[in-house]
Design a binder for this molecule. Structure first.
Ligand code: NAP
Ligand code: ZN
Ligand code: ZN
Length: 350
């Protein structure tokens, strides 16, 4: 038996999102069903629905991987959650649970496959196609469901973006042990970038926002940046040559990374989290001259996501959000592409 659920999704890579009805599986013994209250809008939702990454997107596609909701049913073997709990679901809903990355809490690097919350075949659940948070309810294995810490509950409408934008920026800062002695640059001030500024500041780093948008300078400082650098001004960029210990690059499109590589000091690290496409400008001479590292990072594991949520609760860190209605999603996508969002859209589900 399956359950019909109202949702919003894309029928093809070239059509706007529209209302549709999807089917969710019955609640299995390890499953949690939640009534979705809020769903964040990630730039990946645009890339995926428009098939911009060449992943052969599967349609209809119901995006949404920043999900907050209330538990409405639990399977007979669920031990962590009960009806009425306020919980979240992020970018993953499955992984093999056996490989070394999985057993070390890095399910996003599962050697077999991690299952994305939407748009993929779930090999651990009868090959059903996953559908995301732009819907009224979802059924997820409890291993991929997260408690929302009590202190965050009064501001629940801002919590959802932590499940992707939050963990995707937290994980590399955590992995590379960014802290008090570091100068950190955050490239791109969108959903991910604004969270990175908040986290890096709370971790004690000297934070520089690196933006293409003059109109974000004042905001960047309010978000926690000590300095703001305009990336489309080559002279200004050059002044920061070899000044950075760490750069988090959230730019969503292909670009030449050379101008950023040159900002890294000895052993400096640039982590690419934004562009899932080939990047120009990697020059051996620029890397070896200062033993620089250019690497990438994908979301974060479940344990790390719990730690990130606890950190947010402790330090009162939440995204800056603009609430929208489900039927405003296509306008929201256009605004996001134009950089017109401060700094994350969150859909209020009903
Ligand atoms: P977003 O809210 O649209 O923000 C992206 C920001 O990048 C923009 O606000 C803009 O900031 C800057 N930007 C846009 N186009 C640019 C260009 N051509 N050159 C330089 N800067 C540009 O997007 P998001 O939701 O933060 O996502 C960012 C990227 O991360 C997306 O590609 C998304 O798919 C990817 N992502 C990856 C992971 C992962 O696991 N690694 C997880 C989530 C998302 P300024 O106005 O400040 O320049
Ligand atoms: Zn995302
Ligand atoms: Zn695995």
């Amino acid at each position: 038996m399956t359950n019909k659920v109202n949702a919003y999704g894309a029928m093809s890579s070239t059509t706007p999102l529209e209302p549709l009805v999807i089917e969710r599986r019955d609640v299995g013994e390890h499953d949690v069903q939640l009534d979705i209250k809020y769903s964040g809008v990630c730039h990946s939702d645009i890339h995926m629905t428009r098939d911009e990454w060449g992943f052969n997107s599967i349609y209809p596609m119901v995006p949404g991987h920043e999900i907050v909701g209330v538990v409405t049913q639990v399977g007979t073997n669920v031990h962590q959650f009960k009806i009425g709990d306020v919980v979240g679901v992020g970018v993953m809903v499955g992984s093999c649970q056996k490989c070394t990355p999985c057993t070390n809490g890095h399910e996003q690097y599962c050697e077999q496959d991690f299952i994305g919350t939407y748009g993929v075949k779930d090999i651990y659940h009868n090959n059903e196609i996953t559908h995301g948070g732009y819907s009224n309810s979802i059924v997820v294995d409890e291993k991929f469901v997260l408690y929302i810490p009590q202190p965050l509950l009064p501001k629940l409408n801002a919590v959802a973006p932590l499940l992707c934008a939050g963990i995707t920026t937290w994980s590399p800062l955590n992995h590379w042990k960014v802290g008090g002695s570091h100068t950190v640059g955050v490239i791109g001030l969108g959903g991910l970038g604004h969270m990175a500024i908040k986290f890096a500041r709370a971790l004690g780093a000297h934070v520089v926002a690196i933006t293409t948008s003059i109109d974000k300078i004042a905001d960047a400082k309010k978000l926690g940046a000590h300095e703001v650098l305009l990336s489309n001004n080559p002279d200004e960029i050059k002044k920061y040559t070899t000044k950075f210990d760490f750069l988090l690059n959230t730019v969503p499109h292909s670009h030449n990374i050379s101008q950023y590589v040159n900002l890294l000091k000895l052993d400096g690290v640039m982590v690419i989290v934004g562009a899932l496409v080939p990047l120009d400008g990697l020059n051996g001479a620029e890397l070896l001259s200062h033993r620089r590292v250019v690497t990438g990072s994908a979301i974060g594991g479940i344990k790390e996501t719990r730690e990130m949520l606890d950190f947010c609760a402790k330090h009162d860190i939440l995204p800056d959000v603009e609430l929208i209605k489900m039927e405003e999603i296509n306008t929201a996508y256009t605004r996001m592409i134009n950089g017109d969002v401060k700094y994350r859209f969150v859909i209020e589900m009903n």
